[in-house]
Design a protein around this ligand. Structure first.
Ligand SMILES: Nc1ncnc2c1ncn2[C@@H]1O[C@H](COP(=O)(O)OP(=O)(O)O)[C@@H](O)[C@H]1O
Ligand SMILES: [Mg+2]
Length: 363
């Protein structure tokens, strides 16, 4: 138990944040509100601090998250985030505003003064930490896992492109009728610290959980929808590179990329996906284990010239098709072929995501 007035995890936060959190708890405690409580600090960053909270009304109990600012500027950012999450509500891979079990309204704590963002708890950490566990494992991630993650990331881009209808019910593109015009929305901070791993579920998510995009504090809306979607696409390609084990390069080079009308060699920041950079000698076999379809699509998303980045609608179709249709048997000639079966994917997810160590040898 933390000492009175303190919270677990508060040794990592500033005194200012500690004081603010204590005052929130004091306001909370004096009202006699008992359906939820503060649990611990999760983090503090550019737009305030985040705490894990616990909801328990006697019948249901669940974790959720609260984010508060310290300055007026941070409060304004958080208010903007709430607006954005309201706009993007329902996107499969977007963090959802918290609703108490059985309620159809967003959770609210009117007895605590000030701006607060309450959202669902996402239980399996950020991509950055997942990638460092992969490094300890010393294997490249299976291609079929990479396709699944690319699919989730494309759904995030689709929700931003079509806030009311994209990235829903397991599909990237809006369903039914023609495609609505695309928005000019840019996440603006789309990186491995703001993409989290959600829970396992049934069917599609039983072997590999879905990813969830958080932290809309740098969200922007531009007039140029083509630029916006390509900017988000570039960001997700960078995340894919981290998952693969290479970094986006600052010195773009020529690499073969895949387009609707065939393959083309273009200047791209995904250049190091070709495995030629001696900096990656140690990981060369990982890069060579990569599905060339995935390599070619990522190389095009990272093309330097705007007109050499792929059309998102076409790309989404490719990613969805490959995610659904690539089988373990497509990888029998690959070095890490044994990691591609459903069974292996389940085992690898368990170890790298749930952090459950196998009892015997594995992979
Ligand atoms: N819904 C959530 N569930 C679990 N952890 C979360 C959630 N939201 C944020 N976090 C954790 O808190 C960190 C900071 O939250 P974030 O919204 O990204 O704020 P910041 O503006 O400080 O980057 C994240 O990197 C993640 O580790
Ligand atoms: Mg963040």
């Amino acid at each position: 138990m933390a000492a009175p007035g303190r919270f677990p995890g508060d040794e990592n936060v500033s005194n200012e944040i500690r004081v603010k959190a204590s005052s929130l708890r004091e306001m909370h405690d004096t009202t006699g509100e008992r359906t939820w409580n503060f649990e611990k600090f999760i983090s503090h960053g550019s737009s305030g601090f985040t705490m894990k909270l616990k909801y328990a009304d006697g019948k249901n109990s669940t974790s959720f998250v609260g984010k508060w600012g310290i300055t007026d500027k941070e409060d304004a950012k958080i208010a903007k985030e709430i607006e954005t999450l309201t706009l993007l509500r329902g996107g499969d891979n977007i963090q959802q505003l918290f609703r108490a079990p059985g309620s159809t309204a967003n959770f609210n704590a009117p007895h605590i003064r000030g701006t607060a963002l309450f959202s669902e708890w996402i239980g399996n950490g950020i991509i950055r930490d997942f990638v460092s566990r992969r490094d300890t494992w010393k294997h490249p991630l299976p291609n079929r896992m990479l396709w699944k993650f690319f699919f989730c990331l494309c759904k995030m881009v689709a929700v931003m492109a079509w806030p009311a209808s994209g990235g829903r019910r397991g599909r990237i593109l809006p369903q039914g009728g023609g495609l609505p015009p695309m928005s000019g929305i840019i996440h603006g901070d789309f990186n491995i610290q703001n993409v989290m791993i959600g829970d396992f579920g049934d069917q599609e998510h039983s072997t590999i959980p879905m990813l969830k995009l958080i932290d809309f504090g740098r969200f922007q809306e531009t007039d140029d929808s083509d630029y916006a979607v390509k900017r988000n696409l570039y960001d997700i390609a960078c995340i894919m590179l981290h998952l693969i084990g290479v970094f986006p390069t600052n010195t773009p080079g020529m690499i073969e990329a895949i387009y609707q009308d065939g393959k083309k060699v273009v200047r791209s920041r995904g250049k190091d996906l070709d495995g030629q950079n001696p900096m990656y000698n140690e990981y060369k076999s990982w890069i060579l284990n990569l599905d060339p379809d995935l390599r070619g699509l990522l190389a095009s998303c990272m093309a330097v010239r705007q007109d050499q980045k792929p059309d998102f609608v076409w790309l989404a179709g490719q990613v969805e098709y490959y995610y659904r249709n690539k089988k373990a048997s497509d990888y029998t000639s690959y070095q890490w072929k044994d990691n591609e079966s459903d069974e292996a994917l389940r085992r690898i997810s368990k170890r790298l995501i749930l952090r459950i160590e196998p009892s015997g040898p594995w992979a």
